[in-house]
Design a protein around this ligand. Structure first.
Ligand code: X8Z
Ligand code: ZN
Length: 599
């Protein structure tokens, strides 16, 4: 009897514990349901305001920015509210009794709150105002060459084609002028961003953004520097090759470091425009088509993998093509993808013209759009409709961009003649000028600059000096002349203004995309990673959808291991480009190297 009653007591106690657990779960769920619902509504209103602000910028119009600010303030007030923070903390104290999905949402609530805490109310308000102003200044800016307005597409086109160095200098200078008008705003935003997150205990805005990966700043910097170290020997060869190639192209002496105005990109972030691989130049082919064709073909590529067609509303509401210079208004000229309502209202903002750069960019943006669509399923609460991490979100569209420029795919699309005799080494070189060259820029210059800016409080009178110090150190790029502190060349880059302290996302995305691409090529398509054709492969589509489906409901490291069986590693990227080393060493034989041998 004694044992039986003891047994009953144990059962009773565990039943009570069970029901207590289930009560706490229920209570927490009620809170989360209500939060998710309000969150979605306010997020949608905020995005609508932001969309209007970014797609139609009229000088002197104060109404649009006021509406955008009001909507953002409401969103901030809710996400940063004391009540929501306290509730989230209260339930997190009982996290052993909650499900993993609930804990993730509660952590997300605290993460969102830290960007707009009610305790820093006035600072948050000021920040929202400064943010909208910076957007207007950046995208309302009238770029001019010799007093004549030019679009950023025209600037990019000139940097890709003009061979007269004096003209190049003018174009490059024109592209940097905008920085001057943004410097005060950036200084102010740095203070406001830091103060906002400090109210909830973060050291600074940089560490806040990094914490989204579950990493400390030191860990993230280590990852970034590790990537640069890995690719450095190849980068050094590319740098040497580029100095000699460009000097010959422009009829100049070989410089020790690369003059910024010689490079085919405003920031020197990728250099693929330096070479023209016979047979592989699809620019001419694309130019025979319309900008609409580019986006439609992009959709067609995803549909061929088994993704659905884009919703009608995407075509109706997106802003995909450039605004004419005489339209009387301007718009954000940088590409982006928007998950307006965290559900079906997906849009993209681009200025597509038919060229290779926009072909890749359109595929990149559609990668975001299909990620949005795929994780907008009942298993993923609004709060977790995000990438597994931010790098994942950037990776898939860029991977499709890589795949879309490989020979078998281009042949299939009719963008190049079948059996065209493409020089494989030159093709690989062109890819390296994109993907390898990008690493010292993203993991080095951008990341270190923002680290110095936010975490080290870089003095205002050193912004430009620091920028060029980092450009020299990581990229071996120098300005045409000493650029004093009246310039703010860093601020000519979109992300410095409106996607702050997150640029390592792209470096991570490149590493991840080569891991995913390698897996797809070898394990699914059984093709050489250098020569794949994803088109029409439902298996590839299924693999991608499976990775995308869970959004941020799972740990990104676990997801990586589960989907491709490995940890984050630059190995597949290095392996992909390894055939290039021997070639470049041969070409560069006898040439003067000016970058240090190891990083
Ligand atoms: O900003 C972008 C995307 C935005 S979703 C177009 N990218 C980085 C850049 O342009 O600097 C894509 C790769 C790098
Ligand atoms: Zn992107």
């Amino acid at each position: 009897m004694k044992t039986l009653s003891g047994f009953l007591v144990i059962i009773l106690i565990s039943l009570m514990a069970c029901s207590q657990k289930s009560n706490i779960r229920k209570e927490a769920q009620t809170f989360l349901d209500s939060y998710n619902k309000q969150y979605q509504t306010l997020y949608y209103e905020w995005n609508k305001g932001e969309w209007a602000l970014n797609t139609k910028i009229v000088e002197g119009d104060t109404l649009t920015s006021k509406l955008a600010q009001d909507a953002q303030e409401k969103y901030a007030k809710f996400t940063g509210s004391r009540e929501n923070i306290e509730n989230a903390k209260k339930y997190l104290k009982l996290k052993d009794k909650l499900t993993d999905l609930q804990v993730r949402q509660l952590n997300r609530i605290l993460y969102l709150a830290a960007n707009n805490p009610e305790t820093a109310g006035e600072i948050v308000k000021e920040k929202i105002k400064a943010d909208t102003r910076q957007t207007e200044l950046l995208y309302g800016y009238d770029f001019k060459i010799d007093g004549k307005s030019v679009s950023t597409n025209e600037i990019d086109e000139m940097l890709n084609t003009v061979t007269d160095v004096n003209t190049r200098l003018k174009v490059w200078e024109a592209s940097k002028e905008v920085g001057k008008t943004l410097k005060n705003g950036l200084t102010n935003l740095r203070r406001l961003r830091n103060q906002s997150v400090q109210a909830l205990g973060y050291d600074d805005f940089f560490s806040y953004q990094v914490s989204d990966y579950g990493m400390t700043v030191n860990e993230m910097r280590k990852v970034c520097h590790g990537m640069i170290k890995d690719i450095w020997p190849l980068y050094r060869e590319l740098h040497t090759w580029a100095r000699y190639t460009l000097a010959e192209k422009f009829g100049k002496e070989v410089p020790d470091l690369l003059p910024a105005q010689w490079l085919p990109n405003r920031w020197g972030q990728n250099w693929q425009g330096i070479i023209n691989v016979t047979g592989l130049n699809i620019d001419n082919k694309l130019k025979q088509h319309s900008a609409e064709w580019i986006v439609k073909k992009g959709e067609d590529f995803y549909v061929s993998l088994g993704f659905s067609q884009l919703p009608e509303s995407f075509w109706e509401r997106s802003s995909l093509y450039p605004v004419p210079l005489d339209a009387g208004y301007k718009k954000n000229n940088h590409a982006s993808a928007w998950h307006m309502d965290l559900d079906k209202d997906v849009r993209s903002l681009m200025s597509v013209i038919p060229n290779t750069e926009w072909w890749s960019t359109a595929l990149h943006e559609l990668g975001h759009i299909y990620y949005f669509i795929t994780y907008s399923n009942p298993g993923v609460p609004y709060l977790l409709r995000e990438g597994a991490n931010r790098g994942y979100h950037e990776a898939f569209g860029s991977m499709m961009g890589l795949a879309s420029l490989q020979t078998p795919f281009l042949e299939g699309m009719g963008l190049m003649p079948e059996n065209a005799n493409i020089d494989k080494t030159q093709a690989l070189l062109k890819e390296a000028l994109d993907y390898i060259v990008f690493i010292p820029w993203s993991a080095g210059v951008m990341t270190d600059f923002e680290y110095e800016l936010y975490a080290k409080n870089l003095p205002e009178d050193q912004f430009n000096a620091e920028w060029w110090k980092l450009k020299k150190k990581y990229q071996g790029i120098v300005p045409p002349y000493e650029r004093g502190e009246e310039y703010c060349d860093a601020a000519s880059k979109t992300h410095i203004n409106n996607d702050a302290a997150q640029y390592y996302d792209y470096a991570i995305s490149y590493v991840l995309l080569f891991q995913f691409h390698d897996y797809i090529a070898k394990q699914i398509l059984h093709q050489d990673p250098h020569a794949t054709n994803y088109y029409g492969s439902k298996e590839v589509g299924k693999f991608l959808k499976d990775v995308m489906y869970s959004g941020a409901t799972v740990d990104w490291r676990v997801l990586l291991k589960k989907s491709i069986g490995s940890k984050m590693s630059a190995k597949p990227m290095l392996e992909y480009f390894s055939p290039l080393m021997d070639y470049l060493k041969k070409v560069n034989k006898g040439r003067k190297y000016t970058l240090p041998e190891s990083f």
